[in-house]
Design a protein around this ligand. Structure first.
Ligand code: MLT
Ligand code: MN
Ligand code: ZN
Length: 304
């Protein structure tokens, strides 16, 4: 399986357009590398690609990725489909940007599919432009995604949290609102776990991590009080907590938990623009590096 990390920043990207926090300022002067909003692409052989999440930056991400060069016909694209982990705007707004492409298949867990149709409304909007097939990714039930040549990946949605998007706080849908995806290649045996939104370390998550070759995990915040500390905003630690992201650092943080899995390639994504690990010179980044945990740049590709 081929994997591309198309974007590795949390909602707002890095730098965020209206933010002058220390990290965003360092990004604007070029001291720290920019990052686009979180999403990845996977493919069995490279002939057909599946996005996992569709960020608002998807157009720039696709155009800058050689694997997505349209061919062989003038309107043929290697993009075959999209899988969604959740219905957050930073993971779903990109669907609107893909409206020029017909015949896409989109898989979403039930609550996410409901929100996209009834709360966000993107499904109805896109339907006015192109015919897409909308599929339910039933949590816990393995399904196939198949590229045009017939090669396939096996995918399972795994419920990880009940955190709703803000626009869907009154939605009629029942959770789970956030899933991770376990993706495996039956041809190579390679396995990936992609979990960009993790409110807490779910029951059974250690077994999941231990059973894959690579995990791409929620690294939004380094500390539990990071947002108010970095931006001086009224966003208190309580509100940061309600955003549903386990911090990297501290007791019970995800780094401590990832240390139990040195055999697995461990990558943080969905990095918020306030996160000090964005700066390669920071002690927080050094701590990750010493633990063998990575924060690779946008555009990183690898095979499993
Ligand atoms: C999140 O990951 O917490 C959300 O995407 C926040 C947001 O952008 O609304
Ligand atoms: Mn997000
Ligand atoms: Zn910032």
């Amino acid at each position: 399986m081929k994997v591309v990390l198309l974007g590795t920043a949390a909602g707002g990207g890095f730098p965020q357009w209206n933010c002058a926090c220390r990290m965003c300022a360092a990004c604007r002067t070029g001291e720290v590398t920019t990052r686009t909003q979180d999403c990845i692409a996977v493919s069995p052989t490279g002939r057909g690609w599946f996005l996992v999440n569709a960020s608002p930056d998807i157009r720039a991400q696709i155009v800058s990725t050689p694997e997505f060069t349209p061919s062989p016909g003038p309107r043929d694209t290697p993009l075959s489909g999209v899988l969604l982990t959740d219905a957050e705007l930073d993971h779903a707004l990109g669907l609107v940007m893909l409206r020029e492409g017909g015949g896409l298949r989109v898989w979403a867990p039930p609550a996410v599919a409901h929100a996209l149709e009834h709360d966000f409304g993107v499904r109805g909007v896109v339907a006015r432009y192109r015919q897409w097939d909308w599929e339910i990714a039933e949590p816990g039930t393995e399904f196939e995604v198949v590229e045009p040549g017939g090669e396939r990946l096996l995918v399972t949605a795994i419920p990880v949290s009940g955190k709703r998007p803000r626009y869907a706080t009154e939605s009629a849908a029942e959770g789970p609102w956030v899933c991770a995806y376990r993706i495996s290649d039956p041809a190579t045996g390679g396995t990936l776990l992609y979990a960009p939104c993790l409110a807490a370390w779910p029951e059974g998550f250690d077994e999941l991590v231990a059973g894959v070759d690579c995990v791409v995990l929620d690294g939004t915040f380094h500390s539990a009080e990071e947002m108010p500390g970095a931006t001086g905003s009224a966003v208190g630690g309580g509100e940061q907590k309600s955003m549903g992201h386990i911090p990297i650092g501290g007791p019970g943080g995800s780094l401590e938990l990832l240390r139990a899995h040195p055999r697995v390639r461990r990558i943080y994504t969905h990095l918020n623009n306030t996160n000090p690990v964005l700066d390669k010179g920071s002690p927080e980044h050094a701590e990750l590096a010493a633990a063998g945990v990575e924060v690779p740049p946008d555009g990183t590709t690898f095979e499993l």
